[in-house]
Design a protein around this ligand. Structure first.
Ligand SMILES: Nc1ncnc2c1ncn2[C@@H]1O[C@H](COP(=O)(O)OP(=O)(O)OP(=O)(O)O)[C@@H](O)[C@H]1O
Length: 490
């Protein structure tokens, strides 16, 4: 059976587990089957999982290092995945376990736990303290706990301390200046300190979680012997947020934007580690900078990708970050593929004719992407993925926008980037969001005036009122590797 220890010996930079929480009472009635299921392997071993959208026929398969389903407890995750890392800490290794996922997917439950069901943090401290007592030589265990809130670090155990500064020493190693380390010798001492820190962490009510973490919380337990120092980081990341669903505004929206940006930076680091790139973009955010000595190199890292069983799209987004290179296949079964709505085909013809008549090579090039996905520039890492076809897009429109009316014979016009109605432009398919957003920076975009709004996206619906400059804030849904298609006309 593959475990964390066995994976570290094979120098796998990052071990990726999937954790699906149970349905909550509020979800149970409407949810049906979980959107993710195990198709091959068994809990705790290397697995293939299937994600299935209950509303469409979309389904995808992914290979991952382990799967923990609704019936698996946190202590099972601990026993299989975290406990094997602990002996290495006593030999001077750094290890990191972090929970990643959308808001409300169960990250805090997994890392922090509850009184009845302790999370990975208390379970790890308890095991480390037990082991320290058995070493028979001098051994000091101390802990630190801090949060990264809006790209700034604050000590949760020492609230009067100033902001923690992330500085590099002369050897290029990152030092957290101002972070306090507190020795602990018993679980009572730990619990007292930790519960104070937990209360200080910034949480707030959002549209999707009553107690939503607004910061990334990094708990570290360090073991010092007379010979070596090793450290285990246990990180409860803030959840990626789709602000169309959270309805965040004001400060919540600003927090959310910072959270999504730092998670995007983390996903870039993960992707670089997964593909063994030489340069890992640790400098993308404060979060990735402080994790520099814990992700990659000789460190062991375990990512727990947490999923809400009722949210297919969130699950896809999370797994796209966690395991972009382990995607097996994405398909829609032809048996269940509905007929393409006629109205959409008309739209295609009209746009093509208009573009050709204008001789807009740039636009045509983009629109070629729209009509023939194979013409798109596709990142090499995704080249094995089957790209969605236009008929699927139309299907999605049909499913989501039953009432939408497509343009009639209105002439198209070209608008400039500065035009405020740019946000209601027809945008081409892009194979990833970076290309998508940079596409929109180009100078002209095709619009159909005086027609009702039709908005669609192969994966999710984007509200017509979403300004382009807010797309980054929608990081939870707009991720590298996702295919976006949306038609909006005025
Ligand atoms: N394994 C589980 N068993 C029972 N309930 C769970 C489980 N995991 C999560 N929950 C419940 O689901 C809800 C959301 O969980 P949690 O707050 O841990 O999500 P989160 O991913 O940390 O969210 P955020 O990113 O917004 O902080 C909570 O009510 C929590 O008690």
């Amino acid at each position: 059976m593959a475990t964390a220890s066995s994976s570290s010996s094979s120098a796998q930079p990052l071990r990726i587990l999937l954790r699906v929480r149970p349905f909550l009472p509020s979800e149970a009635a409407s949810s049906g089957a979980p959107c993710v299921s195990l198709v091959d392997g068994y809990p705790g071993s290397e697995v293939t999982v299937k994600l299935k959208d209950q509303y469409t026929s979309r389904s995808e398969h992914y290979n991952l290092d382990a799967f923990f389903g609704q019936e698996n407890s946190v202590s099972e995750i601990f026993d299989r995945e975290v406990s094997p890392l602990i002996p290495g800490i006593f030999e001077g290794t750094n290890a990191t376990v972090f929970a990643y996922g959308a808001t409300g997917s169960g990250k805090t439950f997994t890392m922090q736990g509850t009184e009845d069901c302790p999370g990975l943090i208390p379970l790890a401290v308890s095991t480390i303290l037990d082991l320290a007592r058995c070493t028979g030589t001098w051994c000091c265990v101390d802990i630190s706990y801090y949060e990264v809130y809006m790209e700034r670090c604050y000590d949760l155990l020492e609230p009067k301390a100033k902001e923690i500064m992330a500085l590099e020493d002369k050897d290029g190693n990152l030092q957290l200046k101002g972070l306090c380390w507190t020795p602990v010798q018993s679980m009572e001492e730990f619990e007292e300190l930790y519960s104070i820190g937990v209360q200080r962490r910034k949480v707030a009510h959002t549209g999707l979680n009553d107690v939503s973490s607004r910061s990334h919380a990094v708990f570290s337990v360090r073991v010092s012997t007379s010979v070596v120092k090793g450290k285990l980081n246990l990180i409860d990341l803030a959840g990626s947020e789709d602000n169309r669903r959270t309805m965040n505004q004001g400060i919540r929206l600003q927090e959310s934007s910072k959270i999504n940006q730092s998670l995007l930076a983390l996903s870039n680091v993960i992707s670089a580690l997964n593909t063994n790139e030489r340069k890992i973009p640790y400098r993308g955010s404060k979060l990735t900078r402080i994790l520099q000595d814990s992700l990659g190199g000789s460190s062991c890292a375990v990512m727990i990708a947490c999923l809400n069983p009722a949210e297919y799209q969130e699950a896809v987004n999370t797994i796209c970050v966690a395991a972009p290179s382990r995607h097996i296949v994405s398909y829609m079964s032809s048996a269940s593929k509905p007929e393409t709505p006629k109205v959409k085909v008309d739209m295609e013809d009209k746009l093509r004719a208009w573009l050709e008549s204008k001789g807009k090579t740039k636009s045509i090039q983009r629109t070629n992407g729209l009509f023939s996905p194979s013409a798109r520039k596709t990142p090499s890492s995704m080249s094995h993925m089957k790209q969605p076809t236009f008929s699927k897009i139309s299907t999605r429109v049909k499913a989501m926008d039953q009432d939408a009316v497509l343009p009639s014979a209105n002439p198209c016009k070209e608008v400039k980037k500065s035009d405020s109605s740019l946000r209601r432009a027809l945008l081409p398919i892009s194979s990833n969001v970076n290309q998508q957003t940079s596409d929109t920076d180009n100078s002209s975009i095709l619009l159909e005036p005086n027609t009702p709004v039709v908005t669609c996206n192969i994966l999710e619906k984007i509200p017509a009122a979403t300004p382009l400059d807010k797309f980054n804030a929608l990081g939870s849904t707009l991720k590298v590797g996702m295919t976006l298609v949306y038609f909006i006309t005025i």
